[in-house]
Design a protein around this ligand. Structure first.
Ligand SMILES: Nc1ncnc2c1ncn2[C@@H]1O[C@H](COP(=O)(O)OP(=O)(O)O)[C@@H](O)[C@H]1O
Ligand SMILES: [Mg+2]
Length: 326
């Protein structure tokens, strides 16, 4: 069942003399209890997509168009107060670098309790007690010793802080969790443990997860579905097996080839040459055409539609989808 349906999401940053087209006409869905991995090079709009869904954009960022349907209700039509209520309870967010954002002078437990209490109308003693019980439960959920709720952030290792951030995100039982680069700052062993933890939580709570990363090899290990973004556009979406074995967009294929571990040891590693475009002035036509080995005249001129390809779920935006890029 579809939990989140994002339709034609378009978010731009309005600067003094320019406009950054950070997210343009992006469509994807997240199934209940499944993980959608969102991948693409730095600066392609992954974080902006997440912040748009949460309605937590910085002041220059404006959602120009689109729908963000969570269980059939458009989050973009909610009032500020309704959205405040939905945050943490319906959908929650582990933001990029969050584990470095703990307040150093408050205990980790206090900071999680604050999130829970903020959701309640009354701030009575019983609410506070209930919140602390929830904090303990959420510590247990993420494999942290509940006796450490009174510890300060500096008393936690990186992996423990990331667990605490996940505890905070799960404290109000959301249906959807958006995790933006949740393992990027961690070493490989801790990374594997956090990925396992997310999987366990997902299974217990039938949680839908959007897992954002620039590292496609992490997605290969942990996601059911995959969305590939390039320069503010969604270029390909499908289930993980389809994307990794039958990816049809040249960018998807080139991105996979640029990661050593995905296709096995004997494959050549081929970094993608060139850089993603400046999004204040993106290329006309297909935004990938300046770096694409098979681009034709048509790709310079027309924007390729994002259309079903090998199945109704597999969508690709390319005039030459599936053509060899050798
Ligand atoms: N606050 C901001 N003001 C202006 N431009 C921004 C802001 N945040 C992000 N951008 C721009 O939006 C684009 C997408 O950025 P982002 O969503 O952070 O990408 P990613 O998460 O994929 O690395 C980039 O071109 C970036 O420079
Ligand atoms: Mg980002």
């Amino acid at each position: 069942m579809v939990l989140l349906d994002v339709k034609n999401l378009t978010t731009h940053f309005f600067l003094k003399e320019s406009r950054v087209r950070a997210v343009d006409d992006v469509c994807f869905t997240v199934e209940q209890g499944k993980t959608l991995g969102v991948a693409g090079e730095s600066g392609c709009g992954k974080t902006t997509t997440a912040l748009s869904i949460m309605r937590m954009l910085p002041p220059a960022g404006k959602i120009v168009k689109g729908e963000v349907m969570l269980e059939g209700v458009d989050l973009l039509k909610k009032s500020k107060e309704e959205m405040r209520q939905a945050k943490w309870k319906e959908l929650s967010y582990v933001f990029q670098y969050a584990m470095n954002a703990f307040n150093p002078v408050m205990t980790v437990g206090e900071q999680i309790a604050e999130v829970i209490i903020e959701k309640e109308v009354s701030k009575s003693k019983s609410v506070k007690k209930e919140a602390w019980n929830k904090v303990k439960e959420s510590f247990e959920l993420v494999g942290l010793d509940p006796s450490r709720i009174k510890n300060y952030p500096h008393e936690f290792s990186g992996g423990m802080k990331q667990r605490a951030i996940i505890a905070m995100a799960m404290a109000c039982d959301p249906k959807l969790l958006i995790a933006d680069e949740p393992v990027t700052a961690l070493d490989v062993i801790v990374e594997k443990k956090i990925l396992k933890l997310l999987k366990e939580i997902q299974t217990s709570f039938n949680l839908g997860i959007i897992f954002i990363t620039h590292d496609l090899s992490v997605i290969a290990e942990s996601c059911d579905d995959v969305a590939i973004m390039y320069a503010g556009k969604m270029v390909e979406v499908g289930d993980a097996a389809t994307i990794f074995h039958k990816g049809a967009h040249p960018y998807t294929r080139m991105l996979i080839r640029s990661f050593p571990s995905i296709l096995g040891e004997c494959e050549r590693i081929e970094p993608i040459s060139g850089l993603p475009p400046d999004l204040t002035n993106p290329p006309l036509g297909c935004r990938f055409h300046p770096r694409c080995p098979i681009a034709t005249e048509e790709c310079h001129e027309k924007i390729p539609p994002f259309e079903p390809y090998s199945s109704s779920k597999h969508h690709v935006a390319c005039f030459h989808a599936g053509d060899s890029i050798l």
